[in-house]
Design a protein around this ligand. Structure first.
Ligand SMILES: [Zn+2]
Length: 355
């Protein structure tokens, strides 16, 4: 790991850096990981009037209002029971409760709704909520530098809502950010996932570093503030070697890699395959958005070269196969056999690649 926390911090900063016109980010992690806090911090970074080296001041007009989620350009989408009448009251209740507890769980939220609004209906994000956002983004911002659409527990989007959201993510409007927060990224549509920058938020975050008024200096001293999905040189080099070997059908290199796999622990290999799927998803976004943020975080030279030779369709195929492999590894597939059969499938995908 080469100074991972710094890389991750830069990554978040790049996502929200001033001259970026729009962005779509997924903050994911286990249920007790402070994903909403991290997302909220990014919202403040986008809108603070008095940034200290890109860190929010916590005191200006924008920070004050965003701390309580009360800002006319912050649009919140929540899983709700299917009852139109209670929507406004539910959003008010949510704000009131997450200010007290940023890690409010879905079960906790359900209880709050039941006791305050007297309904125990299933909580879902329905297409009406997304339609509403679609009309909002056609209007100009009231006052914020960047408008933010915050979708809490995005895994609760139903399929119609997901498809509507996908259309918006395909052509993100200027000055607008989509921030999705979810426990399990695998419950999101593949097509949506591939359009999002992903930030994995670990459970153990130093809570003081997330205090909104924290000064930039404290941020510098803290370790592992944000964890992006395991970027490290070793995995990256292995990924490069693997892609090159599949592209050129270099059996010797593949044999080397397979030997390494047999030395790896089961989790080690699964983590590597997850890393590969993150990398491929990165490349998909790179082609779609051509964002320079990609180059700053990961070996940009490689990403650029790799993507230049591949069509979006090819990358999607590689991504799908890799994600399938992660799924199978989680279900105890034999790592060596899986790796070889996957590599052979990749030979074919590379062969069929048409630009
Ligand atoms: Zn501020």
């Amino acid at each position: 790991m080469n100074n991972n926390s710094q890389i991750i911090k830069n990554y978040v900063r790049n996502i929200v850096k001033k001259n970026n016109k729009s962005g779509s980010v997924l903050f994911h992690g286990l249920s007790n990981a402070p994903k909403l806090s991290v997302a909220q911090r990014a919202i403040l970074m986008l809108n603070c009037y008095d940034l200290v080296e890109l860190d929010p001041c916590g005191k200006c007009n924008a920070c004050e209002r965003l701390k309580t989620f009360n800002h006319p350009d912050l649009h919140i989408v929540l899983p709700l029971p299917n009852e139109k009448k209670i929507e406004l009251e539910a959003i008010r209740l949510w704000k009131q409760n997450v200010v007290k507890n940023n890690n409010l769980s879905l079960t906790g939220w359900k209880k709050i709704i039941a006791s305050n609004l007297g309904t125990e209906k299933e909580l879902i994000i329905r297409s009406e909520a997304i339609t509403k956002i679609n009309s909002v983004i056609k209007l100009r911002n009231f006052e914020a530098k960047k408008r933010v659409i915050l979708i809490w527990h995005a895994e609760k989007l139903n399929s119609v809502a997901s498809n509507k959201l996908l259309k918006m993510l395909e052509e993100p409007p200027d000055e607008t950010y989509f921030f999705l927060v979810a426990n399990n990224k695998d419950e999101l549509l593949e097509t949506i996932k591939s359009r999002l920058e992903r930030i994995y938020v670990p459970e153990k975050l130093c809570s003081t570093t997330l205090t909104l008024a924290t000064k930039a200096k404290n941020m510098e001293n803290s370790k592992n503030v944000f964890m992006f999905d395991d970027i490290n040189d070793e995995s990256l080099n292995k990924f490069k070697k693997w892609m090159r070997a599949c592209h050129s059908k270099n059996i010797v290199d593949l044999f080397d890699l397979n030997l390494e796999i047999s030395k790896n622990t089961k989790n080690g290999h699964k983590n590597f395959m997850s890393f590969c799927s993150e990398m491929l998803s990165f490349c998909v976004r790179y082609i779609i958005y051509k964002k320079e943020t990609v180059e700053r975080v990961i070996d940009g030279g490689f990403v650029n070269k790799f993507c230049k030779h591949l069509s979006l369709e090819t990358l999607f195929k590689l991504l799908k196969k890799t994600e399938r492999a992660v799924y199978l590894l989680e279900r105890n597939a034999n790592a060596k056999i899986l790796f070889l059969s996957l590599s052979i499938e990749f030979f074919k995908i590379f062969d069929e690649n048409k630009l």
